[in-house]
Write a protein that binds this ligand. Structure first.
Ligand code: 7PM
Length: 274
């Protein structure tokens, strides 16, 4: 697997960096940039192995963002992070133009919740030659949580990912560059999410590294009763379980806490081997 110089033999943490100034009362774009960079520095100090920069919200009901606006949000941040560290930057986008601008600015990975199904995205990704995360989603962000339905969620997610993986390989993308993600919370009920986490192992035989995003998600709120701000311990527990079920990359908000928890799982996993 090749994402920059990352070693995926041990589980690693991807820090989430949202650059979405959805409040006009916060001083606008420049303050948003400043905050984002401060947050990136903190995540790097905490041991993040990848920084995932996103300028579009996939939240149900969020306003669509134009390609130009998305580029204007993410490119300066990617450039700044790229200039301060060797830690690879990932661009969270579905738009071909944003992928191109982000890689030009230094991004080493594309994280696409639509798995390169938007116009020109597959060709752009093949062209750019960087690592790619393909995520499963049922439906579209605006309506995906209305009535998610599966006969067998694990099997259907697996078949979708296998099919997108094949499309990437057919487009000339190197298998070594592809990471797969079941897309927790994306067109899935509480029960679907629980079943997917329980059966995560069944995705490992697709032969690609697995990424999971469980951080602060609503399934954890349903388990604990906590609001998004109070879901850190639940998120850390979920990350540890995901790693024990075969996850390689954990996409999280709380980098320091997750890195620490994974050191514990790693110490025990290593002791088991010795
Ligand atoms: C509202 C709804 C706000 C959903 C934020 C989210 C994933 C991702 C996201 C994931 C990959 C969040 C999500 N989730 N990319 N982007 N995997 N690869 O909670 O699970 O961060 S956005």
């Amino acid at each position: 697997m090749q994402i920059g110089r990352l070693n995926l033999e041990i589980p690693i943490v991807m820090g989430i960096l949202n650059v979405t100034p959805d409040s006009f009362s916060d001083g606008g774009r420049f303050l948003a940039r400043d905050n984002a960079l401060r947050q990136a520095e903190a995540m790097l100090r905490s041991g993040a192995s990848i920084i995932d920069v996103g300028g579009e919200s996939t939240r149900p009901g969020a306003k669509p963002v134009s390609e130009a606006e998305e580029i204007e949000r993410v490119v300066p941040i990617i450039e700044a992070i790229h200039n301060m560290t060797d830690v690879p930057v990932s661009i969270d986008t579905s738009k071909a133009g944003v992928m191109r601008a982000a890689v030009e600015a230094g991004a080493a990975m594309i994280n696409d919740v639509r798995a390169l199904r938007e116009a020109d995205a597959l060709a752009a990704a093949a062209d750019l030659g960087v690592a790619i995360c393909l995520m499963h989603m049922q439906g579209r962000p605006r309506t995906m949580q209305n009535e998610p339905h599966y006969e067998d969620v694990t099997l259907e997610v697996r078949e979708f990912l296998a099919s997108r993986l094949q499309s990437c390989i057919d487009a000339g993308i190197d298998r070594e560059h592809i990471v797969l993600d079941p897309g927790f919370g994306f067109g899935k009920s509480y029960r679907h999410n629980v079943e997917l986490l329980m059966n995560l192992r069944q995705l490992t035989d697709l032969g690609q590294p697995l990424m999971v995003g469980l951080s602060r998600k609503s399934m954890l709120g349903e388990m604990t009763g906590g609001d998004t701000g109070d879901r850190m311990p639940a998120s850390v527990a979920a990350a540890v379980i995901a790693v024990q079920e075969g996850a390689n990359i954990l996409r999280v908000h709380d980098v320091a806490e997750t890195v620490d928890a994974l050191k514990v799982t790693q110490a025990i996993a290593k002791a088991r081997q010795d």
